[in-house]
Design a protein around this ligand. Sequence first.
Ligand code: ZN
Length: 258
Amino acid sequence: MREYRRRIIAFVRIIPVTIAGLLVIAFGWAHAAEELKHGIIRIPVLNYHSIGVEPGNTYVLHPDDFARQMAYLAAQHYTPLTLADFARVLAKELPSPQKPVLLTFDDGYADNAEAALPILRQHGFPATLFLSPGAVGQPGYVSWPQVQELSAAGWDIEPHGMTHPHLPQLTKKQQREEITESRRWIEQKLGKRAAAFAYPYGEYNADTLKILRDAGFQWGFTTQEGWATSAQSPYERSRLVVRSEDSFETWKQRLSVP
Ligand SMILES: [Zn+2]
């Protein structure tokens, strides 16, 4: 009898803990669903440039550091997205994976194909390259066959201006030429549609935004520090520019705090 009572008491004691646990889970689900329906979606967009060895150059990240960052994303179960899925998640057309991230590269350095691609392949991660077609084939930059290799590996190749100009210093006509020509080259060489644009030097003005809209672009990426959110204009998505002098801890911090 005593044994029986002890069991009853033990069972009764477990009930509130169980109920609390179920409530936490239910609340978590409800919260996630609510966030998806009405809340703001936030996704970190990492912005890389060159992956190579050039100490002191903020835009050249050592391949070992890049490999360490990608290994961290894999170990922490991050999901690097394609550009299309990134857009669908932000538009709330697709449920967000638990830890979404968009990996972007600017300018089109040859080491993107030679150093970054093999590392991303190891993890099966897609990426987005914002390419200035005017630089293709120049020393240090990708060739068209390399661009095709990246595209075939699942990278989204998107325009970044023909000659990487300071757009606000140009006339509206010159801006339109830079923007639409860079897209035309990419679409022609790859036979795929391109609908995103990254502003060279992160610089743009009202003319730039109007040109993108009128030309049927869907997304624009800045170098404004911060996460991309569903509350931002589709033409002004923030990014986290990865700097070679930042410590691994700093990089992790920027990635984990919106
Ligand atoms: Zn650039």
